[in-house]
Design a protein around this ligand. Structure first.
Ligand code: PLP
Length: 344
């Protein structure tokens, strides 16, 4: 049976071109800075983000953690959205491993935070308070259903941080999805942040890895932090080779995922048992709820899976379907047929 896996864009498998590039990659010891493929990828990543330098890390979680630990010391405070991936899904790493005090501000359904709330979260000079050292943004926004922040929204929040003398880190795990949705270059979004982390291993379909991009001085310190966390890898060019192909060949096609998500959401509007807000579908994710609260979510997931469709549960209310490389328009039609059988 064909399984249509819409749980996440992290389920993507590497392309043949990636496998070939991995096999043929020129390698060296990256802890000595001597892996030519890693060095090339880092130059490309920095150039794509319009930053001075970049650092390859094994995951998006480590990309965010290294960035936070580079920006903040123990007891410093980082402001971030209450629904942000860093707050919600990264094991509390910044506090467990870095002693960073997290101050959450509610995320609005569109992924934004109220500027006034961000301002209110900033600490004044007072011996009772931790020091506010960082603002974290996320674009596209995972738990807000792939919502896209536009440049104006980002600039509003960034300027609050900068006016108050502290930097901005962007969790741009899916920054190329945001750029595709906005019809702009990723570097225009990255320009709104002092450091940015983006992933090769989601919609871009590489098997492993993320990049942190920022100033030379920041990346120099981040190299030390990555080593401390055990993220210094040796002949990691085998991984970077696939990530290079991801940057060169997989960015343009993200528009196809967005259009498939739209078609899926439009089809889901006809399902009696499903609530989906078309306006909220801005990139490659469709967040939806079950109209009848008596339907048991886990049972619905199991029924869909039995028919060959996998979607994920975000919490007790929200379900999510994500389009990605490997999912075509016929799969979307089939997914809708299955949903119709189970939830029509
Ligand atoms: C917005 C966002 N940031 C960070 C991550 C973490 O990436 P990884 O799973 O590579 O650690 C994810 C993963 O889904 C994500 O969606």
């Amino acid at each position: 049976m064909r399984i249509i896996d819409l749980r996440s864009d992290t389920v993507t498998l590497p392309t043949q071109a990636m496998r070939d590039a991995m096999y043929n990659a020129e390698l060296g010891d990256d802890v000595y800075g001597e892996d030519p493929t890693i060095n090339r990828l880092q130059e490309m990543a920095a150039e794509r983000m319009g930053k001075e330098a970049a650092l390859f890390v094994p995951s998006g979680t480590m990309g965010n953690l290294v960035s936070l630990l580079t920006h903040c010391g123990r007891g410093d405070e980082a402001i971030m959205g209450s629904e942000s991936h860093t707050f919600y899904y990264e094991g509390g790493g910044s506090s467990a491993l870095g002693g960073i005090h997290v101050h959450t501000v509610p995320n609005l359904p569109n992924g934004m935070m109220e500027p006034e709330q961000v301002e209110l979260a900033i600490r004044g000079q007072n011996i009772h308070f931790p020091r506010t050292r960082l603002l974290c943004l996320e674009n596209t926004h995972n738990r807000c259903g792939g919502a896209v922040l536009n440049l104006q929204q980002m600039a509003t929040l960034t300027s609050i941080a900068h006016q108050n003398g502290f930097p901005v880190h962007l969790d741009g795990a899916r920054i190329f999805n945001a750029a595709t949705a906005l019809g702009i270059q990723a570097r225009e979004i990255a320009a709104q942040a002092d450091s940015v982390q983006f992933c090769f291993s989601k919609g871009l379909a590489a098997p492993v890895g993320s990049a942190i991009c920022s100033s030379k001085a920041f990346i120099q310190e981040a190299v030390r932090v990555r080593k401390m966390l055990g993220g210094g890898m040796r002949q990691a060019g085998v991984l970077a080779a696939a990530a290079i192909v991801a940057l060169e060949q997989m960015v343009e096609r993200l528009a196809e995922d967005h259009s498939n998500a739209r078609i899926l959401a439009e089809g889901m509007m006809n399902l009696k048992q499903v609530h989906v807000d078309l306006q909220s579908v801005q990139s490659n994710m469709v967040m939806f709820t079950l109209a009848n609260r008596n339907l048991v979510q886990q049972r619905v997931l199991a029924q869909l899976a039995a028919e060959g469709l996998r979607v994920s549960s975000m919490d007790t209310l929200h379900l999510r379907a994500v389009t990605h490389y490997g999912i075509n328009s016929e799969d979307i039609a089939l997914a809708l047929e299955i949903m119709n059988r189970v939830l029509g």
